[in-house]
Design a protein around this ligand. Sequence first.
Ligand code: PGA
Length: 258
Amino acid sequence: MRKKIVIGNWKMNLSLDSSQDLVFKIKSFLNDKTNADVAVCPPSIYLQAISTLIKGTKISLGAQNIHCKDEGAFTGEVSPKMLKDFETSMVIIGHSERREIFKETDELVNEKIKSALSHRLTPVFCVGENLETREQGKAEEWVKNQVINGLKGFSPEEIGKLIVAYEPIWAIGTGKVCGSDDANKVIQTIRAVIKELSSEEVASKIRILYGGSIKSSNFEEIIKFEDIDGGLVGGASLKADEFNKLIEIASNASTVAC
Ligand code: PGA
């Protein structure tokens, strides 16, 4: 049985004080009955502070991006090797904001996944279509190609180490959540592609999340589906009350599924 997971993507938000306060409130909310995995992805400059705060808790630490090389003349970049110094265990790769604003290609995403895996970081590999593609009825085809290109050259064992996040671009930060049936359909397609690229076993173990305007008011409807293993959450991960409600919803959904 796959355990549900809620990952907070803080993006370029919060201050050191407010991020520490947020983590403190998440920490206080978690208890032995929490039956969901939880991770936060702060801006890289806060990783060290947050890493200290979450030591010994159920909260995992993720980064929002990496460079694919270990070191070198890459001004402003952070390497996967550096992330390991702060017990970072996962990294978001291929987020649509990086693809659109920073022009990251499928090839670069593939390189970054390779690099993350070589440092034992769990890649949270993001895919998703824009509104035009969705309106043309080509969302599944688009996402399928992103998965195939992003995972080119990986063994089934390597693919099994990933988390995938389906984030329709038109639903990110817009308040427009993707219909849960539609999200489930694309996620099932992703699972089917992963099965083709690896094996039935890997496809049944890998966690595939939804992301895009998740809130406590719509999350239950989204993760009721067996194939949707949790959420990658932007805006709603910045408020402790709201994020804690999402954790509770995921925890209840994991318990029901068991
Ligand atoms: P959102 O962002 O929840 O604010 O829509 C999700 C994401 O970009 O990961």
